[in-house]
Design a protein around this ligand. Structure first.
Ligand SMILES: NC(=O)c1ccc[n+]([C@@H]2O[C@H](COP(=O)([O-])OP(=O)(O)OC[C@H]3O[C@@H](n4cnc5c(N)ncnc54)[C@H](O)[C@@H]3O)[C@@H](O)[C@H]2O)c1
Length: 428
C-alpha cells in the first residue's frame, strides 16, 4: 500500500474535512494523491480556493499539495486507503449522535473495493468502529473485513489552537483489524508523522485510549471546580491553594474553569453511553460532567450576589462578557460554556454585552441568538473575562476602571490577572 501511495498508483481519501480532516488531508497530499470529500458544498468551494473554513490553517498549507476537493461521493471510488474524520457530537439528551459517522460509513462503503483500507479517526466509544460502522461498510460493499478489505482506527489528538503540537508532531495511536493491517496503516501514517506511533493491540483499545484521555481531563478539572466552590464558601483563593499544593512533587496541576468545546465536554458521554449499554451506571464520570456543567450557574449566581452586595439591583445592571469562544485564541464557539453563562446572567435580568476578537458575530447570532458588539461600551457594573485571549492577557486595572461605573466588579475566570487593588476582584 505505502509504495503504491507514494508512487501515486493508489490514492488516499479523507471523508469529513473539518478541524481534523482538512489538516490531515493536506499533510498526506504533500506525499500522496488525495481525494478530500465533504458533504458541505460551500466548505468544498472554499477549500478549492485555498481557504480553510475552520480558520485554523493559512493559505500556505494548501501549497504544493496534490488534492482534489470534492462533494461528489463517486470520486471516493478512485481511492484505496480511506480515512473518516466526521463529527461525533451528542444530541440534546446527551446521547452519542452517530448519524454523521454512519452516513459517512455508508458513503465510503459504497466506494469500497477489494484490497481497500478504511481507517476511522472520529472519537467514539470502544466498540463503535467494529459494532456500528463495520456492518455498514460490509453491507454497502458486499465485502468482508480482513478477507476483502481491512479496517483500522487511529484517533486524532490535536488540540484546537495549539500551534506547536500540530498534527505531524503528535505521537499517534494506530490499530488495525489484524496484524497485517496494523502494520500497513502504521506505514502510511509514519510517512507524515515526526513523533512516531503507538500500536494498540486492538481497535477497541485504541478507541478507549482516546476517549479516556479527554474523560480524565474532564474529571480532573471537575475536581478543581468543586474545590473552587468549596473555597469560595470558605473565603480563600483557589489559585493560592493550588499554588501551595503544587509544591508537592506528586500533586497534579489542573485549574478550575468552564469546560466546553466539542471534545472534553462531549467525549465522556460516549464512554458513559457504552458503560450503560453494558449494565454499568458510571458514577465518577457522570459526577464530573455534572459539576463542570454547573459552573456557568455558579459564576452567574456569585456575580449577582456580589452586585447585590454593593447595593445594585441585578435588573438594572449591565455586565460585559469578554470572550465567548470555547477556548483562547480560537474562533470556535461550538458548545462554548460562556454561552450558558450569558443565558444564566440574563435569567437574573442582567443586561449582558458580549465582545470577542475571534468569534464570528454571524455564527454567534445564528447558533445562539447572541449578538456580538464590535467594541465594548462603558459604564458596566461588572466585567467577566471569560476567555484568556492574548489581547485580554495584556490588559491592566486601568482598562477595567475605564469601562466601569462605581463599585466595579471584575470576574477573572481564567486567573490571568492578579488581585486588582481598587476593584472588586474575583476569580474561580
Ligand atoms: N477538533 C478537534 O480538535 C478534534 C481533536 C481530536 C479529535 N476530534 C474528533 O474528530 C472528529 C471530527 O471532528 P472535527 O472537529 O474535525 O469536526 P468538524 O465539525 O470540524 O468537521 C467535520 C466535517 O465533516 C463533514 N461531514 C459531516 N458529515 C459528513 C458525511 N456524512 N460525509 C462527509 N463529510 C461529512 C462536515 O461537513 C465538516 O466539514 C470528531 O469525532 C471529533 O471528536 C476533534
Amino acid at each position: 500500500m505505502i509504495s503504491d501511495l507514494l508512487s501515486k498508483k493508489k490514492l488516499l481519501s479523507v471523508t469529513g474535512l473539518g478541524y481534523v480532516g482538512l489538516p490531515l488531508a493536506l499533510e498526506f497530499a504533500k506525499k500522496f494523491r488525495v481525494i478530500g470529500f465533504d458533504i458541505n458544498e460551500e466548505r468544498i468551494r472554499m477549500m478549492q480556493n485555498g481557504i480553510d473554513p475552520s480558520e485554523e490553517l493559512d493559505g500556505d498549507s494548501f501549497l504544493d499539495t496534490d488534492i482534489l476537493f470534492t462533494s461528489n461521493a463517486d470520486d471516493l471510488k478512485k481511492a484505496h486507503f480511506h480515512i473518516i474524520g466526521v463529527p461525533t457530537d451528542i444530541d440534546k439528551h446527551k446521547v452519542p449522535n452517530l448519524k454523521p459517522l454512519l452516513a459517512a460509513s455508508k458513503t465510503v462503503g459504497n466506494a469500497l473495493k477489494r484490497g481497500d483500507y478504511v481507517v476511522y479517526e472520529s472519537t467514539v466509544y470502544p466498540g463503535c468502529t467494529e459494532e456500528d460502522c463495520l456492518p455498514i461498510l460490509e453491507e454497502m460493499s458486499g465485502l468482508k473485513v480482513n478477507e476483502d478489505f481491512k479496517l483500522g482506527y487511529s484517533p486524532e489528538r490535536i488540540v484546537p489552537g495549539d500551534k506547536i503540537r500540530t498534527l505531524t508532531k503528535i505521537l499517534k495511536i494506530i490499530s488495525g483489524s489484524d496484524e497485517e493491517s496494523t502494520q500497513v496503516i502504521s506505514d502510511v501514517y509514519l510517512s507524515i508523522l515526526e513523533e512516531g506511533i503507538h500500536k494498540a493491540s486492538s481497535i477497541k483499545v485504541a478507541e478507549a485510549a482516546k476517549v479516556i484521555e479527554n474523560t480524565q481531563r474532564d474529571i480532573n478539572i471537575s475536581l478543581m471546580n468543586e474545590l473552587a466552590i468549596i473555597f469560595d464558601r470558605i473565603g480563600i483563593d483557589t489559585r493560592e491553594v493550588l499554588q501551595a499544593a503544587s509544591t508537592k512533587w506528586n500533586f497534579h496541576r489542573y485549574y478550575p474553569g468552564l469546560v466546553g468545546g466539542h471534545c472534553i465536554s462531549v467525549d465522556p458521554f460516549y464512554l458513559m453511553h457504552k458503560a450503560k449499554q453494558l449494565g454499568h451506571d458510571p458514577q465518577v464520570i457522570a459526577a464530573g460532567r455534572r459539576v463542570n456543567d454547573s459552573i456557568p450557574n455558579f459564576i452567574a449566581k456569585t456575580l449577582v450576589q456580589k452586585m447585590i452586595g454593593v447595593g445594585k439591583n441585578p435588573g438594572s445592571t449591565k455586565v460585559l462578557v469578554m470572550g465567548v469562544t470555547f477556548k483562547e485564541n480560537v474562533s470556535d464557539i461550538r458548545n462554548s460554556k460562556v454561552v450558558d453563562l450569558i443565558h444564566e446572567l440574563r435569567g437574573y435580568s442582567v443586561k449582558v454585552d458580549v465582545v470577542d476578537p475571534f468569534a464570528s458575530s454571524h455564527q454567534l447570532e445564528e447558533e445562539y441568538g447572541i449578538s456580538l458588539l464590535d467594541e465594548h461600551h462603558y459604564e458596566y457594573d461588572g466585567v467577566i473575562v471569560a476567555v484568556a485571549h492574548d489581547q485580554y492577557v495584556q490588559l491592566d486595572e486601568s482598562f477595567f476602571r475605564s469601562v466601569m461605573n462605581e463599585n466595579p466588579i471584575v470576574f477573572d475566570l481564567k486567573g490571568i490577572y492578579n488581585n486588582f487593588e481598587d476593584l472588586i476582584y474575583w476569580r474561580l
